[in-house]
Design a protein around this ligand. Structure first.
Ligand code: ADQ
Length: 444
């Protein structure tokens, strides 16, 4: 079997590696299984020296090769072009994008530097799997250095329709770069279609396919069962009394539609006052990318919104919203999912959204909760039993909440069974295997 080279912007730090924290790490663990693996990417450190060295480290059979970035390069590549321009553009939020030619140059230069640092580590029969929007031009940069190995690329986020993509200055540069890949994967058929339309227009003779990412449902269910017995889950249960728990779990990001969710919840309390004092909404949102201006203003908006809803609707013995900006450990969170009567997932655009799948996997088959899911999450195309909503309409969210709160056990079970089969049908393992199989089978 060929050696697998994984490339992602961030490589998990030594302390993260044991527990393999987030969704991507879990999914890639499946890819690593059975392969000799080298994982290459940014170390997470910025430095002032102009030519940083690659750090090599071995842990649990995987070689980690990481590179520090120069502070200026990091600013332009990561904060500037990747998160300041590409992230909003790919989520169809052109208005939030900030473009500058110097950011684009830094982005291209960091990809060239990654290629130059990776090249000497490569063997002829390696297969290379590059991840996400930070590294779109990496394959082409490797080809320019003479790399002949098979190279695959997976985009974790959506790809917008051509009319939106065309707002990106010099967007043809990235489309041409896709031409270097043997396999191009996106989350959904719709996203692959959008990219294919752009590739065809740019005259690039490559096609993208869909490889929907998933979780390890059996492992997450087991974690949730254990976590329900944890002191944290018990405290949560006791604090709820007979009230129904509505749960939101996201990174703080404007793509997740968190303010929209709050407006919907406020509308529930107004239009269906019978639920007042009988529900509690718990939103868990650790701050990410705090150094990007858009994220700071989102945080401010959230703080004000939560304050306003609680001020307006709280009783002296009931708080409608509990809002946490601290991280909660994954194994505790799984228990909270299991406690929740409703999982509320309302992104304005999302590649897949693994939280929705984790919520489903965490449920008690005997007495499962209901999932309310935005039609704009990649997961919506797989989740037939979910209550699908348009997050731009607070009344629709309120009505969905009202309906979900009224579902009897039998209807919840029926809906959950359909969703659980979908989650079991597209696991992280299936995702990794089908992508890698296509990459191995690509003509050399
Ligand atoms: P994200 O935008 O980070 O990922 P998502 O898929 O929902 O979104 O979550 C990824 C992982 O982060 C999940 O395992 C989830 O449990 C964890 N996570 C999210 N919020 C958390 C919180 N508050 N506390 C602890 N853990 C939390 C990107 C794309 C998605 C795509 C994934 C994987 O934006 O669309 O599904 O990559 O491809």
């Amino acid at each position: 079997m060929s050696r697998l080279i994984l490339v992602s912007n961030r490589v998990p730090q030594p302390k993260e590696r044991g527990q393999l924290a987030g969704g991507l790490a879990v999914a890639l663990k499946e890819a690593i299984a059975g392969h000799e693996t080298l994982w290459f990417g940014w170390s997470g450190k910025t430095v002032d020296q102009p030519v940083p060295d690659v750090h090599l480290e071995e842990a649990r059979g995987v070689t980690y090769a990481t590179l520090d970035l120069q502070t200026d390069a990091y600013e332009g590549y990561y904060r500037g072009f990747s998160n300041g321009m590409l992230w909003p553009l790919l989520h169809s939020r052109i208005g939030l994008g900030v473009f500058s030619r110097s950011d684009l140059s830094a982005y291209m230069a960091v990809n060239d530097a990654f290629a130059a640092a990776l090249k000497p580590l490569l063997r002829q029969d390696d297969i290379i799997w590059i991840h996400d929007y930070h590294l779109i031009p990496l394959g082409a940069a490797l080809r320019r250095l003479g790399v002949k190995a098979r190279i695959g690329f997976f985009l974790h986020v959506p790809f917008p329709p051509m009319a939106v993509y065309s707002a990106l200055p010099q967007g043809d540069l990235l489309l041409q770069a896709f031409g270097a890949y043997d396999v191009i994967g996106l989350q959904t058929i719709e996203d692959a279609g959008h990219l294919n339309e752009c590739l065809a227009m740019a005259g690039v003779a490559r096609r993208a396919d869909s490889y929907p990412i998933g979780i390890d449902p059996a492992a997450f269910a087991a974690t949730a069962r254990r976590a329900q017995k944890s002191p944290e889950a018990r405290r949560l249960r006791e604090s709820m009394g007979d009230r129904a728990l509505i749960l939101g779990v996201d990174r703080l990001d404007y793509s997740k539609g968190i303010p929209h969710r709050f407006h919907g919840y406020a509308q529930l309390l107004k239009r269906f006052p019978e639920h007042r004092n009988n529900v509690t909404f718990l939103q868990i949102t650790p701050v990410s990318r705090g150094d990007v201006a858009e994220y700071r203003s989102l945080r401010k908006e959230m703080d004000e919104l939560v304050g306003r809803i609680n001020g307006e609707h709280a009783e002296f013995d009931w708080v409608p919203v509990r809002y946490l900006t601290r991280a909660v450990a994954r194994n505790v969170l799984a228990g909270f999912h299991r406690e929740a009567r409703i999982g509320l997932v309302t992104p304005l655009r999302d590649g897949m959204n693994l939280v929705a799948k984790e919520y489903v996997a965490a449920q008690d088959a005997d007495n499962p909760g209901a999932l309310i899911l935005s039609r704009f999450a990649g997961a919506a195309s797989e989740m037939e039993g979910a209550i699908i909503i348009n997050p731009y309409d607070p009344d629709e969210i309120a009505e969905a909440l009202h309906m979900a709160l009224g579902l009897d056990r039998e209807s919840r079970q029926a809906r959950w069974k359909t969703m659980m089969s979908a989650v079991q049908a597209s696991t992280a393992a299936a995702w990794a295997h089908s992508f890698l199989q296509d990459l191995e089978n690509a003509p050399a």
